[in-house]
Write a protein that binds this ligand. Structure first.
Ligand SMILES: Nc1ncnc2c1ncn2[C@@H]1O[C@H](COP(=O)(O)OP(=O)(O)O)[C@@H](O)[C@H]1O
Ligand SMILES: [Mg+2]
Length: 173
């Protein structure tokens, strides 16, 4: 097993034999209490819950092999991370359009993520696949939460793309 990503609160391994990715969550104590008292979903359960919500919206997401409160095992996508894909295909407007459509669809359907940066999306067969779902939330939120999701994109992705997402959402409301 190879370590792919080591964050303060999570660890991702690649299991070569099974061709799977294993993500282990290490939340702080206060959050563990919140999960225990059901104020919040456990990260593994939330990942699973959000993946079902995305499927309902016909949004492609990673295939989950198994999940528990603090662990999620997913199938290797065998795709390309969106940021790398875009570096190689600089003017691929089709994929950028798909990304804009996807993020608009998420926000329109009250699905919120604090990290919609390109490295949390993969490209395979010209389609976008969403990964890293544990911190997504589905809430009937106020307008300002949508604004917050968009605000967090600034500095991470091109301003023109963000403007288009904002325009799409304006046209909807
Ligand atoms: N199912 C998968 N298929 C392919 N790559 C994956 C998969 N799951 C995770 N990865 C790789 O591991 C990296 C880290 O996973 P991610 O869930 O985004 O964790 P982090 O919270 O550390 O960002 C991803 O950027 C991706 O390169
Ligand atoms: Mg990530």
């Amino acid at each position: 097993m190879k370590i792919i990503s080591e964050q303060k609160r999570s660890l991702v391994y690649f299991n070569e034999k099974e061709d799977t990715f294993i993500k282990i969550f290490k939340p702080k104590f206060l959050n563990r209490l919140k999960y225990f008292f059901r104020f919040r979903k456990y990260p593994g359960d939330n990942f699973f819950f959000i993946s079902k919500e995305l499927k309902k919206l016909e949004i492609n997401t990673v295939e989950i092999i198994s999940h528990s409160h603090y662990k999620i095992v997913t199938k290797n996508i065998h795709g390309t991370p969106l940021h790398i894909y875009l570096e190689k295909n600089r003017d691929n407007n089709e994929i950028i359009k798909k990304y804009i459509f996807l993020v608009t669809k998420l926000l329109k359907n009250d699905i919120y993520s604090g990290d919609l940066s390109f490295d949390n999306f993969f490209v395979k067969n010209d389609e976008i696949i969403v990964i890293d779902l544990e911190d997504y939330r589905k809430v009937k939120f106020f307008k300002r939460d949508k604004k917050e999701a968009i605000r967090r994109l600034y500095g991470k992705i091109n301003n023109e793309i963000i403007k288009k997402i904002e325009d799409n959402l304006k046209n909807l409301s």
